[in-house]
Design a protein around this ligand. Structure first.
Ligand SMILES: [Zn+2]
Length: 234
């Protein structure tokens, strides 16, 4: 019997009338398989973007063929806005997809995010972006000025860019970050998805807009491309 794998479906493409090519994110990176004879039967319902599945495959000369699939979780797609947040997460993961790599941290983050995002979409989305950037090793230093290296004092006005934060006099840019947004970023940075599950924080409209702007700035700079589905987040 072949090994049982687990993963989240990122993409499905029609291959022939009854077959689909499926892209799955696993602890070992992205895998692509063919699912045959999907037209009828219960299996077809399991093959949907964002579904967390367990599956078995058989290797062939071409793409591996899916031999069995079981649904672990399909998450609450009926919840308002959930599909938009799912679309965003999937687009970002597809942009950084890699094969044959240890992706346990990223995999845990995706499962955590899909399981919780409907509870408070904006906050869990911000957490997803923050943790993703930390995993990728590109999250900005929130404690020291990128130019002079010094810490910030209470009365400093702080400027943010996609690379880091600065004292007002250490940069020409004038994109200020509020103390509230910075505090929230630090909270998200320190949040432990292995032991905590509930984000316990108030997010007002203004801070939410600010944080979304900064986090997308850093994320798109890292990905070196625009995220199309961000337009659904407003
Ligand atoms: Zn400085």
């Amino acid at each position: 019997m072949s090994k049982i794998n687990e993963g989240v479906i990122l993409k499905t493409v029609d291959y022939s009338e009854n077959d689909k090519i499926i892209t799955i994110f696993t602890e070992y990176g992205v895998v692509t398989v063919i699912a045959k004879s999907l037209k009828n039967g219960k299996r077809a319902n399991f093959i949907d973007i964002g579904n967390y599945i367990s599956y078995q495959i058989v290797q062939t000369k071409g793409l591996p063929i899916l031999t069995s699939v079981r649904l672990i979780n399909s998450y609450p797609e009926d919840k308002e806005k959930y599909p938009f947040y799912l679309m965003f997460i999937v687009e970002v993961i597809l942009k950084i997809q890699r094969n044959d790599q240890d992706e346990k941290d990223l995999f845990s983050l995706i499962i955590f995010s899909l399981s919780h995002i409907f509870e408070n979409p904006k906050l869990y989305l911000f957490l997803f972006i923050t943790k993703l950037l930390i995993i990728e090793g590109v999250f900005i230093d929130l404690n020291n000025c990128l130019k002079c290296g010094d810490k910030f004092s209470e009365k400093d006005k702080i400027i943010i860019s996609s690379e880091g934060i600065f004292h007002e006099m250490c940069t020409d840019s004038d994109l200020y970050i509020s103390i509230k947004s910075l505090k929230l970023l630090k909270y998200l940075y320190n949040f432990n998805i292995k032991s905590d599950s509930i984000i316990n924080i108030d997010l007002d409209e203004k801070t939410s807009k600010e944080l979304q702007y900064y986090l997308l700035l850093i994320l798109e700079n890292f990905l070196e491309s625009d995220i199309k589905s961000k337009k659904y987040l407003y």
